[in-house]
Write a protein that binds this ligand. Structure first.
Ligand code: SF4
Length: 316
């Protein structure tokens, strides 16, 4: 069975030509032909129209397994840092996913697997097959919106994630999407709990995509996103706790640090780079080339750092 590879990764693997000012540091692979789930924001959803070759803003051409393995070897030799294997949930469960994990692990790069696992047993099978990390994406942090946009029970998913995090400390990952109608307090409360449980939190900006149920929903405000990135970074660093942050009607109004301290903690701009597994930079996953950059796939320039800090420093 063929495998889909994000266009940016495929270019880095020597499988196609694509000009990019931000090369992918991770090889993003997509397993599975059609998803049985129906997430309102996802172009792979059962009822999404017309954009099945996409995930996020990215297109995913298809390649043979042999070409993929050869490309991964080549990319590893040229500094690729990780493989991220994302699997849509096909009818009947994870199918040949553990076998594929075994195959890509043989390349010798750390492998993250992102799949709609339903039990600790499924997670264990992925670790046994060679995954370094497993992602169980929450995506939506507000329970009511979770039911509406993803279907199912938020607490059930969260509890499964927390259970796995305790079984495999430091090896579970989750994705959180900012901009789906949750409050800043909800997002950061959830992130703080996960950070405390050693779950790696990857923050995404909601991206309206044509053909999805949420194609008309706006992306998050840039200033809000910068504050969420900064707060998540500070929580991860242990520079501040959720209890020290202040909220007003769900909006973050203080990070719990003096302006000078805040600037010092955020110097270098790493807070505004893509978050998630080490080496995951997801170029243009949420961004249009030339548009607002939610997650920088590379270190920021001094000018970009100052600009990114503005809405953060004006909050305290
Ligand atoms: S954080 Fe990046 S590498 Fe890790 S599972 Fe998510 S998309 Fe993959």
């Amino acid at each position: 069975m063929n495998i889909r590879i994000s266009a940016g990764s495929a270019a880095r693997m020597g499988l196609m030509h694509l000009k990019s000012d931000a090369p992918a540091d991770t090889a993003y692979l997509l397993h599975g032909a059609s998803c049985s789930m129906n997430c309102s924001f996802c172009p792979q959803a059962r009822e999404a129209a017309g954009l099945n070759g996409r995930l996020g803003r990215v297109s995913w051409p298809s390649f043979s397994r042999e070409a993929m393995l050869k490309g991964l070897q080549q990319a590893r030799e040229q500094g690729m840092r990780r493989i991220c294997l994302q699997a849509v949930r096909e009818m009947g469960g994870p199918g040949g996913l553990p076998e594929l994990v075994k195959q890509v692990s043989s390349v010798g790069l750390p492998v993250s697997v992102s799949s709609l696992v339903r039990s600790p047993g499924e997670v264990e099978a992925l670790f046994e097959a060679g995954a370094e990390r497993v992602s169980l994406a929450l995506d939506v942090v507000n329970p009511r919106l979770f039911a509406r946009y993803k279907g199912g029970d938020f607490m059930e998913r969260l509890n499964l994630l927390l259970h796995c995090a305790r079984c495999w400390p430091g090896r579970m990952v989750t994705h959180i999407i900012c901009g789906l109608g949750e409050t800043e307090q909800e997002l950061l409360s959830c992130a703080a709990l996960l950070v405390q449980e050693q779950v790696t939190v990857a923050l995404f900006a909601f991206t309206p995509l044509k053909g999805t149920a949420l194609q008309g929903h706006p992306p998050p405000d840039g200033a809000v996103y910068r504050r969420m990135q900064a707060a998540l970074f500070l929580l991860r660093k242990g520079a501040v706790s959720l209890a020290e942050m202040k909220f007003n009607e769900g909006r973050l109004v203080s990070f719990g640090l003096e302006k000078g301290q805040l600037r010092q903690q955020l110097q270098g701009g790493a807070a505004f780079q893509t978050s998630g597994c080490p080496g995951c930079n997801r170029p243009y996953y949420n961004e249009r080339p030339g548009g607002f950059i939610y997650n920088y796939p590379r270190p920021l320039t001094e000018e970009e750092i100052e600009k990114a800090l503005e809405p953060v420093l004006s909050c305290c």
